[in-house]
Write a protein that binds this ligand. Structure first.
Ligand code: GDP
Ligand code: IMO
Ligand code: MG
Length: 423
């Protein structure tokens, strides 16, 4: 059986924390898309770790962590991540498995990302500049380099052919990107040696066999539904399939094997990078969310834009993914606000609508809010659902009624223990 855990907003919902909490119920945690653009924060043994490519089951003794074929792997970023794990008392290296069919991000993919963003000027996506778009472009364009290629003779020629293509492209884009290819390649080849110390697997065969033996898999999403390449706020999206359907293609698992779909969302909304955001706040409330929620990107350190919960967008995400359980994160951040709001419809080109339209650009969409009573209580030390303030329960029940899906977990802090199970 395979369950999936997905972000329902624009990423950074708290997926890493919840995977770490749920991991003990699974044998395998598997990432199915994204790459070094992800930043999943886990607080373990009082220390904060930010995972980019490594699945969030890594802090558990017995769990196997699979980097699936739908992920793009940057050996340089992965080596840094492994180096950052030196204080992790758990020996995980034999349990971190890399799919041969995962594509590889080369140093020149990162350069192309930077060049493309610079060329876009004001219209830039706000990419994390980790080379994600160019790596998936090469994959879809049938030019990509895969992890399994490293095991084949002649991989350096294949690498060189692709790099030469990238250098020509960089020349065509014609923006001033400074780089020292020799230095970048030294770093890359060194990191490839480290990558090769990890077990490579045929992910789809490995997962088929583990499923046949009755083991349980949790598929860990990166980014969020509104950043999905097909159904997100295009073109301000990432280049992978972040939604539930991505689990199948990103792991080689038939859709009929997928069971529960956990949808993770913040009690408010954040977005990092460019793109429309109807409920974005530019007032004291937004500043307060940013400050109390420490809303800075885990990968780039950029400040995250903050705003009220957008239930129109949340319902859209619930429906696209077929979410069976909701998990509300960072509820503690909303303590002590004068009042709380959530968008429950949009005014769209003169009409009031309750669905997520083709464009949510500010010039077409303005949110229509429902206002809720807030709660003054500090939630961070609450351990049981009976102690949740009535005003918070009212907010949660409204969300359940609006989306038609139960909220099974309320998170009240970054730690494992700050997790309240409602059902
Ligand atoms: P992810 O990308 O979805 O895994 O989320 P990030 O790690 O990028 O961002 C979530 C941030 O919120 C991290 O700093 C977490 O440690 C933190 N966090 C997670 N859950 C909670 C919560 O319930 N309350 C608070 N205050 N922080 C949380
Ligand atoms: P996690 O897994 C939040 C955003 C970037 C940019 C857009 C495209 O931590 O939730 P890309 O680097 O993919 O070309 O960037 O997507 N973005 C994220 N925002 N959380 C993430 O991952 C993100 N990964 C990419 O800021 O707007
Ligand atoms: Mg993140």
């Amino acid at each position: 059986m395979v369950d999936a855990l997905l972000g329902l907003q624009w990423g950074d919902e708290g997926k890493g924390k919840i995977v770490d909490v749920l991991a003990e119920n699974y044998d395998i945690i598997a990432r199915f898309q994204g790459g070094a653009n992800a930043g999943h924060t886990i607080v373990f043994n009082g220390e904060k770790y930010v995972l980019h490519t490594i699945p969030s089951g890594i802090f558990h003794e017995k769990i196997f962590n699979v980097v699936g074929n739908g992920v793009v792997v940057d050996p340089v970023s992965l080596k840094k991540e492994l180096d950052g794990m030196k204080n992790n008392p758990i020996d995980f290296k034999k349990r971190l498995l890399i799919s041969r069919k995962a594509h590889v991000t080369l140093p020149t993919h990162r350069l192309l990302d930077a060049a493309s963003e610079t060329a876009k000027g004001k219209a830039k996506i706000g990419s994390t500049l980790k080379g994600i778009g160019p790596t998936y472009m090469d994959k879809a364009g049938r030019n990509g380099f895969r992890v399994g290629d490293f095991e084949l003779p002649g991989w350096k020629e294949k690498y060189r052919f692709l790099v030469d293509k990238h250098l020509k492209l960089l020349h065509c884009i014609d923006v001033d990107i400074q780089f020292d290819l020799k230095e970048l390649e030294e770093e890359f080849f060194d990191a490839v040696d480290t990558l090769k110390t990890l077990p490579f697997i045929d992910g789809e065969r490995y997962l088929k066999e583990t499923l046949a033996s009755g083991k349980k898999i949790l598929a860990e999403g990166a980014q969020g539904t509104l950043l999905d390449i097909n159904f997100g706020t295009y073109p301000y999206v990432t280049s992978s399939t972040t939604i539930a359907a991505g689990v199948s293609v990103g792991l080689g698992i038939p859709p009929t094997h997928i069971g529960k779909i956990y949808g993770v969302f913040k009690a408010y909304t954040t977005r990092v990078g460019s793109g429309p955001f109807p409920t974005e706040l530019f007032d004291d409330n937004g500043a307060r969310m940013a400050k109390i929620g420490h809303e800075f990107g885990a990968t780039t350190g950029r400040p995250r834009r903050c705003g009220w919960l957008d239930l129109v967008a949340l319902k859209y995400a619930v429906e696209i993914n077929g979410v069976t359980e909701l998990m509300m994160m960072k509820s503690d951040v909303l303590s002590g606000f004068n009042e709380i709001k959530a968008a429950t419809s949009y005014r769209y080109m003169g009409n009031e609508i309750d669905y997520f339209p083709f464009s949510i650009e500010k010039k077409f969409v303005s949110p229509v809010y429902t206002t809720f009573k807030s709660w003054g209580e500090d939630l961070r030390h609450i351990t049981d659902k009976e102690s949740l303030p009535e005003a918070l329960e009212t907010y949660i029940r409204f969300i359940e009624n609006y989306t038609g899906v139960p909220v099974s977990i309320v998170s009240v802090g970054p730690g494992r223990e700050q997790t309240i199970f409602r059902n």
